[in-house]
Design a protein around this ligand. Structure first.
Ligand code: FAD
Length: 307
């Protein structure tokens, strides 16, 4: 990982930087580019527009940092309200939800996080849609996979996420590449030390392709989350090699990132799902997006300077 990326990811955890960034009204333009809005209504409006363009959606609620059961409950209630609205508007054929277990209590009570995720999954089933558990910092991977395994006893469709920057990921991919298993493969948006993570971008990419091969060779449903113009053709070639038909895998990209490519792939008949974050706490999400690409940071600094 380059020093620039490490620096910004460190700032993502800093309360001081958080206060400075969120106090600046100029950050609004940047926030609007990557985040659908603050309310469930904003999220539903963005979903409707994307669905009209033939895209699929997964919605992520950016709540407050969850430090207690009351905050976790507020997150659950927001997801239940969101699922209800999506169902009411006939959008669950196109939209599912992504859930961060830390937002529903994982950091302080794994059992509570499981119970809360359970309620979200039960509501998703009622609304005829699915849930994917986002993957967060590396020290939460084991707990997230434990919760996933519990949920999958009842709902085999609960999606997992693997991050290719982690050295363990190929083995995790092998364990998850089973029938009905939905697995999102991404590079990973968090900082981690070299004992657990690949540090060179090239090694992260190689690990991505190895894990993609494992998932494509298995019986599950791989979900390739990347915008990387070098990886995408490689994935297309791997899909062909493994004899996968369109509809037995999908591509995923973030809201506001390479929207033309999203529509181009969809026009070719690929299933393309857009990850749509919404909510009042955009700071950590925004910092991870800035860390990924110098051009995003330049865009951010320009919008600050232009005020
Ligand atoms: P990068 O290595 O960041 O970028 C490679 C190239 O892609 C760049 O050189 C550029 O050409 C192109 N590119 C990247 N960003 C842009 C841009 N803004 N505009 C134009 N071109 C761009 N991470 C997690 O840790 N846990 C998760 O649960 C998780 N879920 C995700 C879900 C989805 C749908 C997606 C798309 C990503 C998710 N991520 C998650 C983030 C992911 O791990 C990466 O941090 C992020 O996707 C950037 O990696 P990349 O593969 O796009 O390639």
């Amino acid at each position: 990982m380059n020093p620039f990326r490490s620096l910004i990811l460190a700032a993502a955890g800093s309360d001081t930087v958080h206060r400075v960034v969120t106090a600046a009204p100029a950050t609004r333009g940047v926030v609007d580019r990557f985040i659908a809005g603050e309310t469930v209504g904003d999220a539903v409006a963005a979903t409707t527009a994307l669905a009209e363009d033939g895209l699929y959606v997964t919605l992520d609620y950016l709540g407050e940092r969850t430090g207690d059961a009351r905050q976790a409950e507020q997150v659950v209630q927001t997801y239940l309200g969101l699922l209800d609205r999506l169902h009411g508007e006939g959008l669950t054929v196109r939209a599912e939800v992504s859930l961060k277990l830390s937002a529903v209590g994982l950091r302080f009570d794994e059992k509570l996080a499981l119970d809360n995720a359970w309620r979200v999954c039960a509501a998703a089933e009622q609304c005829a849609t699915t849930v994917t558990l986002d993957m967060e910092e590396h020290d939460t991977v084991d707990a997230t996979l434990r919760v996933l395994a519990e949920l999958r006893h009842t709902w085999p469709w609960v999606g997992a996420v693997l991050q290719s920057y982690l050295k363990r990921t190929e083995a995790d991919a092998a364990a998850l590449a089973q029938a009905d298993s939905r697995v999102r493969l991404c590079k990973g948006a968090y900082a981690a030390s070299p004992d657990v993570a690949h540090k060179r971008d090239h090694d992260v990419d190689l690990s991505y392709v190895r894990a993609a091969n494992v998932l494509l060779a298995g019986d599950g449903y791989p979900m390739f989350a990347t915008h990387d113009p070098r990886l995408l053709p490689l994935l297309r070639e791997r899909v062909r090699f493994h004899g996968r038909k369109q509809g037995t895998y999908e591509y995923q990209m973030l809201y506001g990132v390479r929207p033309d490519e999203q529509r181009r792939l969809a026009a070719e008949g690929e299933t393309v799902r857009v990850y749509v974050p919404f909510g009042e706490n955009s700071y950590a999400y925004l910092m991870r997006r800035l860390a990924e690409r110098p051009a995003n940071l330049a865009f951010f600094l320009r919008s600050l300077a232009s005020r």
